[in-house]
Write a protein that binds this ligand. Structure first.
Ligand code: ZN
Length: 292
């Protein structure tokens, strides 16, 4: 009687310590990201160890986004916020911190060299000074080489908060880096080295354009639709440069792009830089650009 009771206690102890160990090894990290491509990157490295909440849902713009009450609740329960430097973060990260004092805010755009948003004069007198505003282009994830740095940053954060699974994250990181390299190679093989023009409504492809020797011509001017005179110039420029497609994205109205496209009798194609299938999305874009 005595013996079996002790045995029972011992079993209980083992049982509870197993639960305890399990809860350490399989403790899921509750993470928040701003945009869908980040979910893809974080999932690739964090695998099943990370629960991910995405702030900006498909069709919304991270320039103007405002979190919903249900998302503020997710913030309350989150361990870490992976910030990437998109516009709404500036207004909201502090509020997230107020909502949840324990949340860690990690900047995964760290070590990425940001480029200026290419200012296009659209026929207006040239900007007298290029420093009338020093906004950097936030769309860093459209260049695979930047995504390598982002991946490394995500890894560094994960192993800080979950050291026990370091090897798991490392294996995933290495696999993902290979995938990024393969993506980059594919895009390079699709796009020849000759200079091409990339006409877009919203200038979200600056890093992609720079990496693959393209020139981005944006219809939008500093977040606003072009004035009639600028529009006229854009149409002339597109004709001169033999632009054969205009890219718009679901986050923005495509009315003006369609107007230009009708004038030139070229198609409008919707591509979002915020697509979840990051790799295939870039490859598909390259394919459309390469068509003559
Ligand atoms: Zn944007």
């Amino acid at each position: 009687m005595q013996l079996s009771c002790e045995k029972g206690n011992a079993m209980k102890k083992i049982f509870f310590s197993l639960i305890f160990i399990n809860s350490i090894l399989f403790a899921n990290i509750n993470a928040i990201v701003s945009i869908l491509p980040q979910e893809t990157f974080l999932k690739a490295i964090g695998g099943d160890k990370v629960n991910i909440t995405v702030m900006v849902k498909p069709g919304n713009s991270p320039h103007t986004y405002e979190p919903k009450p249900s998302q503020m609740k997710a913030i309350s329960n989150a361990d870490i916020y992976f910030a990437i430097g998109v516009e709404f973060e500036k207004a909201w990260l502090n509020r997230f911190k107020n909502q949840n004092r324990k949340i860690k805010i990690a900047d995964i755009s760290k070590n990425i060299e940001k480029i200026d948003i290419e200012e296009h004069s659209h026929g207006d007198e040239k900007h007298n000074d290029h420093d009338d505003h020093d906004e950097k282009d936030p769309h860093i994830w459209t260049n695979p080489n930047n995504v390598k740095i982002i991946a490394q940053n995500i890894y560094n954060e994960l192993i800080k908060i979950d050291t026990a699974n370091k090897q798991y994250y490392k294996t995933n990181l290495d696999k993902f880096l290979l995938h990024i390299d393969a993506t980059d190679k594919k895009i390079k093989s699709i796009l020849s080295q000759k200079k091409r023009k990339l006409m877009v409504f919203h200038p979200s492809w600056g890093y992609f354009a720079k990496e693959y020797n393209l020139t981005q011509i944006a219809i939008e001017v500093e977040g606003k639709s072009p004035k009639p005179r600028e529009l006229k110039h854009l149409i002339e420029e597109a004709r001169e440069e033999k632009v054969n497609v205009i890219f718009t994205s679901p986050e923005f109205s495509d009315a003006i792009a369609k107007q230009i496209a009708n004038e030139l009798k070229i198609p409008v194609v919707k591509v979002s830089s915020l697509a979840k299938n990051w790799s295939q999305n870039l490859i598909d874009l390259a394919k459309i650009i390469s068509q003559d």
